[in-house]
Design a protein around this ligand. Structure first.
Ligand SMILES: *[C@@H]1O[C@H](CO)[C@@H](O)[C@H](O)[C@H]1NC(C)=O
Length: 98
């Protein structure tokens, strides 16, 4: 297998993932925005929690910064509606067929 250790390859990867979980159509929806660095999720926003949570020292610092910004909190707290429910009809049109 390829050597994926970043220290050896010199390759670093940052990912931002926005995840919508449709538990019951658009009735019960969960939004999770994940920040991942080299496969490690260092902080996220989970709509079930309602604020940013850090999982590493740097992630905790980032989470505090985001949580102290009311506009940013509002943006993520409302994502279940404007992002997840907003996209549902397009997503459902192909995923529900499988
Ligand atoms: C799913 O939502 C419908 C309304 O759209 C509701 O009638 C039904 O009870 C819900 N099912 C569950 C398992 O919560």
């Amino acid at each position: 297998p390829p050597d994926l250790c970043p220290a050896h390859s010199g390759v670093f990867q940052q990912m931002v993932k926005a995840e919508c979980q449709f538990i019951n159509g658009t009735e019960e929806v969960r939004f999770v925005g994940r920040r991942i660095y080299n496969r490690e999720e260092f902080f996220n926003f989970d709509s079930d929690v309602g604020h940013f949570v850090g999982f590493t020292p740097f992630g905790e610092k980032e989470a505090r910064k985001y949580n102290s910004n009311p506009d940013r909190l509002e943006y993520d707290r409302t994502a279940v509606d404007w992002f997840c429910r907003g996209w549902y009809k397009y997503v459902a049109s192909f995923t529900l067929q499988h």
